[in-house]
Design a binder for this molecule. Sequence first.
Ligand code: KG4
Ligand code: ZN
Length: 340
Amino acid sequence: FAGGPVLAIESSCDETACAILSAEGVCLAQKIVSQDGHAEFGGVVPEIAARAHLALLPGLVQATLDAAGMTPQEIGFVAASTGPGLIGGLIVGASFAKGLALSLGKPFVAVNHVEAHALTARLPGLVPDGAAFPYLLLLVSGGHCQCIAVDGVGRYRKLGGTIDDAAGEAFDKVAKMLGLGWPGGPALEKLALAGNPNAIPLPRPLMGRAGCDFSFSGLKTALSQKLAPYGQDPLPHQFAADLAASFQQAVADVVADRITNALHMMPEASLLVAAGGVAANSVLRARLEQVAAGAGLRFAAPPLRLCTDNAVMVGWAALETCREAAALGLPQPEDSTTRP
Ligand code: KG4
Ligand code: ZN
């Protein structure tokens, strides 16, 4: 099988990242740049992101090799996220990785970005007692919001997902309405510390309904209506803090309700895993922990640097898929172009 070490590249959004993992999945080095240049636009600009990946990757990959004390020839194979994500950045990262693999005469392995988030919890030493299959994954980021039954490597069932916005997008938009910087999630969580989560009544979309789909656009609209009377005037600080706390509480209530249903849909799960940038939110984490404990399950959320986009998860997913293919006697997924 395509033996390690693996050099992995992540470029699906605004993080340019490279990591080198041993064949066993031990991270030997990693470098990540969270691109600036998007904040003034209040969101990731795909064209700017793609060009920045192009400018950053050669130096970043070299720095990662240097940090691992390795020459390119010592790499076993090269992997990259090839989707889903912003297409310009994905093309830059995947083309760079393929070019590197070709020049070294090593295999290239394409990695599905969501699969990489899904398998992160299985990184050696991350979850006490390990993350054995099957488990329930809640993926909540700026671009994704879904409940996935992770039955095995390459065996995933989407139990539910958002019918409009992703949770992180809602956090970012609400933060923008409150005049906070971008990305909005961390800033909103900080402001909410000073607020009362029960101060301002807000809807809980889809709560109490069957299934585990999500909806956040109505919550966003309800919040914007609370702001309307202020027009262009600055918001009183306490009001803004109360809004932030009430919004965060509404999201946590909805997610707890949806995950409770998802767990009923997957009674064989013994572990609940949260991943994606929004899983960094401590109020949300606490609620998920509560729900899991109530259902007699373990709960795990990777540390923040592995929750948000990174290349370690890409390398790990590549190792897992290659290992699985070898175990099943399938052709190696090398020189694949996409894993949709
Ligand atoms: O996984 P990620 O880095 O990128 C993708 O979207 O794939 O997630 C970024 C998202 C942003 O929307 C950001 O506002 C949100 O995660 N986020 C948070 C927190 N930290 C990051 N949302 C709520 N609370 C946080 N502490
Ligand atoms: Zn992601």
